[in-house]
Design a protein around this ligand. Structure first.
Ligand code: HEM
Ligand code: HEM
Length: 178
């Protein structure tokens, strides 16, 4: 039988995936012109606070992955595909952390509220308009790389699940460990 990711790794993967798949459309919609104010405010509050949670979960994932390396891919996956998968996964980790950091800097250096974080009294950056603006550009540019990569990743995973049926999808799917 194919070796699977551990239950904790699968739980973290699907929690982050679900949040990010809601946050990307929220981010794109909340920045469009002409939205009713209450809708825009709700989307911003959701996006910023969920983003901080994603950033923290990615740090937990990195530590967990360091302690429990992922299982090897089945031998049926050609070398070049395994290399692309490894590169994609590494980039997804790096880009999500960069999204969270640039979002945090954009909001705190821009002088905007970060509701959950502020309520806990956690430290923020001082107001620095130029830094906030630079972080905003970085956040946008990173999103433009992240979005196609997420589509490529989910597409490849579904191709394994529905067409190749080679056990790769089952490695991450929650039912695998039952
Ligand atoms: C961690 C994963 C994150 C993802 C995938 C993500 C994704 C996005 C996307 C797709 C946009 C629309 C494109 C753009 O205008 O930049 C956006 C905008 C935005 N995001 Fe995020 N984001 C994340 C984290 C955060 C965090 C942690 C914060 C703040 C604490 C944040 C604050 C914002 C703000 C304020 C905007 C509006 C554009 C701007 O003012 O720069 N994001 N995000
Ligand atoms: C429909 C959506 C998704 C599906 C079907 C899916 C499926 C999978 C599968 C099957 C794997 C294991 C691949 C392998 O065995 O090598 C995996 C790994 C991974 N996925 Fe997803 N995924 C989805 C969404 C996402 C999203 C939205 C993100 C983050 C933006 C993400 C980030 C990752 C990462 C970082 C790994 C590597 C995990 C590790 O090795 O530590 N996935 N995904």
């Amino acid at each position: 039988m194919t070796e699977t990711y551990r239950p904790t790794a699968r739980f973290l993967h699907w929690t982050v995936a679900a949040i990010v798949l809601c946050m990307i459309p929220a981010g794109l919609i909340m920045t469009t012109e002409g939205l009713p104010r209450p809708v825009q405010d709700t989307l911003f509050i959701f996006h910023k606070n969920a983003g901080v949670i994603v950033g923290l979960l990615m740090l937990v994932r990195l530590a967990y992955r360091g302690a429990h390396p992922p299982p090897p891919l089945p031998a049926s996956v050609p070398d070049w595909q395994a290399r692309i998968a490894r590169l994609t996964h590494g980039l997804l980790y790096a880009l999500l952390i960069l999204m969270a950091v640039s979002g945090f800097v954009r909001v705190t250096a821009g002088g905007f509220p970060l509701e959950g974080w502020d309520a806990l009294g956690l430290p923020r950056l001082p107001k620095m308009e130029a830094v906030g603006k630079a972080a905003s550009s970085l956040h946008w540019a990173t999103a433009m790389v992240l979005i196609p990569l997420v589509l490529l990743h989910a597409g490849a995973a579904l191709h394994h699940a529905l067409v190749r049926r080679d056990g790769v999808f089952a490695r991450m799917w929650p039912a695998a460990g039952r």
